[in-house]
Design a protein. Structure first.
Length: 225
C-alpha cells in the first residue's frame, strides 16, 4: 500500500490551524471512524502499548552519545518544534509528530476537556472519567488527528490524557478544587464527619507532574500545608 493509500485510509493530516478552528460537535453527531488495521500500516513502530513500554524499558538510563548535552527539553523543546518524550504519537511511516503538531494535539485535548468543564462534567482525575467523556475525547482526537487511530484499543489517546489531564485540571480549577475533591473522596471512603474534639489528621495528595501537596485536618476542614 503506497503513501497516498495509507493517508486516505486513516484520513487527511490537516495543519494545526484547521484543527483548532474546527468546532467540536455534540457527541451524537460525531462520526464513528472504522478502526485502522495493523497489517495495512507495517511501518508504525508502536501499534501496541507493550511495544512502547518495551522501547522505554530498553532506553531507560541510556544516554545517546550523539545527543547534545545542552539540548532543550520539555515545553521549550516542544515550542521549538521538537518532540522529545511523546514519540508514540507517530504517522503512518513511523515518524513521530513534531513539537508543533504535538502542541496542536494538546490544545485540542484541552479544548475537549474545557467543554465538559463548562457544563460541570469534568472529573477531578482521568481515572474517574465516565464513558461519555472518554468516548467523545477519543473520537474527537482520532477524527482531527488520525495518528491516534494507528494503535490498538485507543491506547495512544488514553496515554496522552493520562499524562496531561491532571495538570490541566489543576490549572483550570486551582488548588481549592483539588482540596474539595479530596474531601469528597475521603467522605466516600467512609471517613466520619469530624468535630472540634478531633483535632488533626494529615495526608498527602499528588498533583500533576508528581508534585506533592500536604493536607492537614484542622478545626473541621482540610488545610493545605
Amino acid at each position: 500500500m503506497n503513501r497516498v493509500q495509507l493517508t486516505s485510509s486513516i484520513g487527511p493530516r490537516s495543519g494545526p490551524s484547521s484543527h483548532l478552528n474546527s468546532p467540536i460537535q455534540p457527541n451524537s453527531q460525531l462520526p464513528d471512524l472504522p478502526p485502522a488495521v495493523e497489517s495495512d500500516h507495517p511501518n508504525v513502530r508502536f501499534w501496541r502499548r507493550s511495544q512502547w513500554k518495551a522501547h522505554n524499558d530498553k532506553h531507560k538510563g541510556v544516554t545517546d552519545p550523539t545527543s547534545n548535552v545542552n539540548a532543550v527539553r520539555g515545553k521549550t523543546a516542544v515550542s521549538q518544534g521538537e518532540n522529545v518524550a511523546t514519540l508514540y504519537v507517530e504517522d503512518e511511516n513511523g515518524q513521530p509528530v513534531d513539537g508543533h503538531r504535538l502542541t496542536s494535539i494538546r490544545q485540542l485535548a484541552r479544548k475537549i476537556w474545557n467543554k465538559f468543564a463548562d457544563i460541570g462534567q469534568a472529573p477531578p482525575s482521568w481515572g474517574k472519567a465516565n464513558m461519555n467523556f472518554t468516548n467523545e475525547y477519543r473520537r474527537e482526537m482520532c477524527r482531527q488527528f488520525p495518528e491516534f487511530r494507528l494503535c490498538e484499543n485507543n491506547w495512544k489517546a488514553e496515554l496522552l490524557a493520562t499524562e496531561n489531564y491532571s495538570s490541566w485540571y489543576s490549572n483550570r480549577f486551582g488548588s481549592k478544587a483539588k482540596k474539595d475533591s479530596y474531601r469528597t473522596e475521603k467522605r466516600k471512603k467512609g471517613s466520619p464527619t469530624r468535630g472540634d474534639d478531633q483535632e488533626t489528621e494529615s495526608d498527602t495528595h499528588i498533583l500533576g507532574g508528581g508534585k506533592h501537596i500536604k493536607w492537614q485536618w484542622e478545626s473541621g476542614e482540610w488545610c493545605q500545608r
